[in-house]
Structures are given as structure tokens and as C-alpha cells.
Design a protein around this ligand. Structure first.
Ligand SMILES: Cc1cc2nc3c(=O)[nH]c(=O)nc-3n(C[C@H](O)[C@H](O)[C@H](O)COP(=O)(O)OP(=O)(O)OC[C@H]3O[C@@H](n4cnc5c(N)ncnc54)[C@H](O)[C@@H]3O)c2cc1C
Length: 511
């Protein structure tokens, strides 16, 4: 059998790319080692992601995709596809052994609104539901699916420019093998790394500053964090990517509309005790991910009180565990193959940047693969160079926050670089969603990056209060050339409101 494009991975990015290419007349095969619906982690979207989703819908004529760009239009058009309402980012600093407490000036909390009203808000994606929905759209458009199948040996003939790809079925009575031919091989397997393994594309990530480990799962009946609510909150802090900052890391909570809450604990490798965690439950002396999670959260009474039951509902085998989240491959593009952003490199969930980055890659790779010959190769070459810089920039934006994390004031200071980059990038998208002269999240703005780099050096542990105040003031000064919205302004007391309806509203509302 012959296909224009074989996509390994049927997560949302592989499915969306398959949908676009099939809608535009390309023959597409999507291969996944699992079967839908299946558990997937990574669920919090952002205004940047919504912008890109709306643009993908508009640019490639996917009218059915557009409503997913806002919570209100999503609920109206696809009530059966499970999501959650996300009005912004909320952060709370807990002290071990003590109930959570904030001050009048919100020295222990930060709320950053991303939307002006519930209708326009961003979403949390129950990935099992969303990915299955998008895969269905790809199939309706003509993409062929092979589930419970992996790539075997892949051989590229440079003269014909064609791949011979062995497919190996994992299910069924015998390990069935078949061979197909294709022009392009796309890796959308995220951490699965299917294509990199086949083409000998090694890891290149010693340079990464962010080194974190995580345990995660889905729980039922997690209570809202109502004791933190304050009269001047711009939105309910539970309708958010909720970050609980702890002494050794942080815990996320993402609440879906069906009562499921995605919960995870992330710790930098230099602080974590996760070294002792293993997935091999049952043996003596072994600490399971769930044990570690429970033990850690029980040190924080306000957090432990949110759980009526510590039993995780998904994944079915119990809480997931990743010893190191950050990773990067040497190349994003090679002869006849291309990696989507999260298959190329991933940093960390702190800024919820993964979905937006993945969507930005779907856009660029689709644009390239829909062109012929030299134009396609030129576009992919640029994509490969850009995505490599983007992972480095995301690593700086994230690594600085971990460096500052023990000091909540400094953490808020450095996190402002991410907010600034997102705000500026959304301005580019509003001006022309198809051309980003300063790159994804302002990666190509060398002055912004240099200023953030200087601030990274200021974010050290164990500072005195006066040092910390001075560093915070310096960060505010460094931000000043871009800061039209008053980030880090004392008068806002860590409460950042958002007033405008999204620029992509018109696309999302189009039925
Ligand atoms: C702990 C954690 C938390 C995160 N939180 C967030 C967040 O809140 N917000 C955010 O924006 N991003 C987050 N991310 C990032 C987010 O998970 C990714 O952006 C997203 O999963 C990328 O989607 P994808 O479709 O490219 O790949 P994936 O979702 O990883 O899908 C890959 C697919 O490939 C399949 N596959 C894997 N290996 C093979 C193989 N060898 N052969 C065939 N198929 C294979 C899998 O079965 C799967 O269906 C998080 C990531 C992690 C690790």
C-alpha cells in the first residue's frame, strides 16, 4: 500500500495533522500503539493554543474545529467531548505543616486571568475524549487508521525519495507484519519517539536547565480550593490551571466539567525524593508513585483536605511516573521525516506550553507538506531550525521559575517573562496569525531573550529578603520596555485581570 504521509501517533497533534492533510487531498495513514479512548496526560490549553486552533480551522477550512477554541462555543457544539473551564492561571504558596494562609497584599498567591468571561475562556482537555474526537474527524476526512500497531524497520531510498515502512500489529492472534510505502514519515508520538528511534536521531539534551520528575493521575471528587478565595480575585481560582507551590516542587490541579480532576506533582531533580519511586509496585522497599504523592501532599494540610479519596481513577494501572520530563532530540527534520514539536523536545508542564507548541508545529508542518518540492523542503528546514530555538527559549522561561521557586516573590517575578512572551506573541497572532516574524512565543526577539537571561542569573536560592526585593525590582525594570499591561505592578497585588474578548472570537463563533 502507498500513502503520501504516514503519521506515527494519534494524539491530538497527529490526528489534527492527519485531518488537515486528508482534507486537502493527501493520502494519510495514522499509526498508534494504543487504542482509543486511552489515557493521556497534558490537558491545559492557553489563549495562544486557542488562537492557533482557530487559525488552523480558518486556514485549512476545518469549520468543525473552530468551536474548540473557546469553552462556551465548545460546550454548545460538542457537549459530549469532555473539557473544563480555564479562566487563567492560579498559584498558591503552601508551607509544610501549616494551613494555607495569604496576606492582604497576596504575598502567597497569584491569579493571572486569560479571558474576560466564562464563554471566552480557555479549556482543560480530557485528552481521552478530545483525542478520540479529533481522530474521528481525521478518519471522516479520509485518513486511514492502524491502532495497536508500531513502526518496525523503516528504509528510505534517497533516489526515489520513498520510504518502505514495516508495520507491526501488537494485538491479534499473531504479531502480524505488513509493509507500506510513503513519501513522508511524521513523528507525532510525543515521548514515544517512534521515528527518531528508526532514523538514528539521538538525544541532545544535556544543555537543558529544566530537569524535573512527575507523578500524575486523574481523580474523582477533588474539592475546590475555596479557602483561598478572595474578594478581589478576577475569576474563581479553581477555574484555572491551578498551581500549588510546595517546598520541594508544585502540584497541578485541572478540573474537568465531568468531575474528573487531573492532578500531578512535579519536582526538580535536585530536590526530589522521587529517585526512590518506581513503577514496579508490590516488591519490598518500593515506593509507588501513589505512595509518594500521598506522602508529599499529606505534609500540606490544606491540600490533603481537598482529597476525600486518594484512589486514582486513571491511568488504570495507577498513578503515572516520569523520572525526567525534559528531553530533546538532535534534529527535528531529516530526509523524508519530520518530528512534531513535542516529539522533538519537551520541557515541563509549568507554563502549560505543550498544547500550544504542538499546535504551532501542526500548522507549520501542514503548510510545508501541502507544498511541492523545494518549497516544502525550504519550509521544513526553517521549521527545524525554529523549533530547536523554541525549546531552548521554553527551557529558559521554565528553568528560571524553578530556580526562583523557593522564593514566591521571585517566582512571580520570573514567571512574568512567560506571561510577557505569551502576550506579545498573541499580539503577533492578532495582527497576522500566519506570519510570526518574532517567532513562537517571541523566540526570535533577541532583546527579550537577553533580558530574561540576565534575570535568570538573579533567581538564586537562599536570598535574604532585601536581596529578593532588589532582584524583583530589577526584573520589573528589565521587563519595562515590553510591559504595557503592568505586570509586577505593586498596585495590582498579584491579581491580573483580563478585559478584552479574544481576537479569535469571530472564528470560534462561526458555525
Ligand atoms: C506530566 C505532563 C504534563 C503536561 N501538562 C500539560 C499541560 O497542562 N498543558 C499543555 O499544554 N501541555 C502539557 N503537557 C504537554 C502535552 O502532554 C503535550 O503537548 C501533548 O501530549 C502533545 O500531544 P501529541 O499529540 O503531540 O503527543 P501525545 O499526546 O504524547 O500522543 C502520542 C501518541 O503516540 C502514541 N505512541 C507513542 N509511542 C508510539 C509508538 N512507538 N508507535 C506508535 N504510536 C505511539 C501514543 O499512544 C499516543 O496516542 C504535559 C506533559 C507532561 C509529560
Amino acid at each position: 500500500m502507498w500513502f503520501d504521509v504516514v503519521i506515527a501517533g494519534s494524539g491530538f497533534s497527529g490526528s489534527l495533522l492527519g485531518w488537515i492533510l486528508a482534507r486537502h487531498g493527501r493520502s494519510v495513514l495514522i499509526v498508534d500503539r494504543q487504542r482509543h479512548p486511552r489515557f493521556a496526560i497534558g490537558e491545559s490549553s492557553t489563549p495562544t493554543a486557542d488562537f492557533l486552533l482557530a487559525h488552523l480551522a480558518d486556514r485549512f477550512g476545518l469549520r468543525e474545529l473552530a468551536p474548540l477554541a473557546c469553552w462556551g462555543t465548545w460546550k454548545r457544539s460538542y457537549p459530549e467531548v469532555v473539557c473544563g473551564k480555564k479562566r487563567g492561571f492560579s498559584y498558591y504558596r503552601h508551607q509544610s505543616g501549616q494551613l494555607y494562609q495569604d496576606s492582604e497584599h497576596h504575598e502567597h498567591s497569584l491569579l493571572a486571568a486569560a479571558s474576560s468571561a466564562d464563554h471566552w475562556s480557555d479549556t482543560h482537555w480530557l485528552r481521552s475524549s478530545v483525542d478520540q474526537h479529533l481522530l474521528g474527524c481525521a478518519r471522516t476526512a479520509g485518513a486511514v487508521l492502524r491502532e495497536e500497531t508500531i513502526l518496525g524497520e523503516c528504509c528510505f531510498d534517497r533516489f526515489s525519495g520513498l520510504w518502505s515502512v514495516q508495520l507491526q500489529a501488537l494485538a491479534g492472534s499473531a504479531a502480524e507484519r505488513s509493509e507500506i510505502r510513503c513519501r513522508w514519515l511524521v513523528d507525532a508520538t510525543g515521548a514515544g519517539q517512534a521515528v527518531s528511534q528508526q532514523v538514528g536521531n539521538p538525544f541532545d539534551d544535556d544543555w537543558m536547565r529544566t530537569r524535573t520528575a512527575a507523578v500524575y493521575g486523574h481523580f474523582d471528587g477533588v474539592r475546590g480550593f475555596s479557602e483561598a478565595a478572595s474578594a478581589d480575585d478576577p475569576f474563581c481560582g479553581d477555574d484555572a490551571a491551578q498551581h500549588h507551590l510546595l517546598d520541594t516542587g508544585w502540584c497541578w490541579m485541572l478540573r474537568m466539567d465531568n468531575g474528573t480532576t487531573s492532578v500531578g506533582l512535579v519536582e526538580p531533580q535536585w530536590l526530589t525524593g522521587m529517585g526512590e519511586v518506581t513503577n514496579a509496585a508490590g516488591s519490598d522497599g518500593v515506593v509507588s508513585a501513589a505512595d509518594y504523592f500521598r506522602r508529599t501532599l499529606q505534609q500540606y494540610p490544606s491540600l490533603a483536605g481537598l482529597f476525600s479519596d486518594w484512589e486514582c481513577r486513571a491511568p488504570s494501572a495507577g498513578m503515572g511516573f516520569q523520572r525526567r520530563l525534559s528531553r530533546c532530540r538532535r534534529d527535528a527534520v531529516g530526509p523524508g521525516w519530520v518530528l512534531l514539536p513535542v516529539a522533538y523536545g519537551f520541557v515541563d508542564p509549568l507554563h502549560s506550553s505543550g498544547i500550544a507548541h504542538a499546535l504551532s508545529g501542526v500548522l507549520r508542518v501542514a503548510e510545508a507538506l501541502l507544498q511541492d518540492g523545494a518549497r516544502c523542503l525550504g519550509a521544513l528546514h526553517c521549521y527545524g531550525q525554529d523549533v530547536s530555538q523554541e525549546v531552548r527559549w521554553l527551557d529558559l522561561l521554565t528553568g528560571g521559575c524553578y530556580r526562583a521557586m523557593p522564593d514566591f516573590r521571585l517566582f512571580c517575578g520570573f514567571a512574568a517573562w512567560y506571561f510577557m512572551a505569551a502576550i506579545e506573541f498573541e499580539k503577533q497572532l492578532a495582527a497576522d496569525p500566519g506570519h510570526w516574524s518574532r517567532g513562537f512565543l517571541q523566540t526570535a526577539d533577541s532583546e527579550l531573550r537577553a533580558a530574561a537571561e540576565r534575570c535568570y542569573l538573579l533567581c538564586q536560592n537562599s536570598r535574604s529578603d532585601s536581596d529578593s526585593q532588589a532582584a524583583y525590582a530589577r526584573i520589573r525594570d528589565e521587563l519595562q520596555p515590553w510591559n504595557a499591561v503592568g505586570l509586577l505592578s505593586e498596585s495590582l497585588r498579584n491579581r491580573l485581570a483580563h478585559t478584552a474578548a479574544p481576537k479569535y472570537a469571530a472564528i470560534a463563533e462561526r458555525q
